[in-house]
Design a binder for this molecule. Sequence first.
Ligand code: DQA
Length: 143
Amino acid sequence: MQTIFVLNGPNLNLLGMREPEIYGSDTLDDIAHTLHEQAKGLGVEIDMRQTNHEGVLVDWLHEAREVGAKAVLLNAGAYTHTSIALLDAIKAIGVPVIEVHLSDPSKREEFRHISYVGMGAVDEVKGLGPRSYSVALEKAAAL
Ligand code: DQA
């Protein structure tokens, strides 16, 4: 079975209590549960992880290449807007990356309007709350 990595960056471990008016009340575990169920129906497997550390995200992107992952869903949190290292990793691995966000950063503060992840990603899903992940998983499974 093909594996899709679902990688989550800084502060996403606090989903559920973190600015619920922006990110909603679902926890990352709730989202993982939904995605695992959805993945069964799509005939894929997901490997979902979260870290607060930029370099760990880089390592996991490399790992996606090493294990031959079908795709990566990447919510890099604030590193989306700052990390050339993530962009370089995305370009290096040859695995399609779909950018995911719960909120729509383009409708928020100006510093969120730039996305280095988006410069390397094949697609993006944003602004749908937890459903952003589900829509992205569908897209990834169809790649
Ligand atoms: C986010 C949007 C980012 O701008 C922010 O830094 C996050 C979460 C989202 O999912 O909406 O941490 O990636």
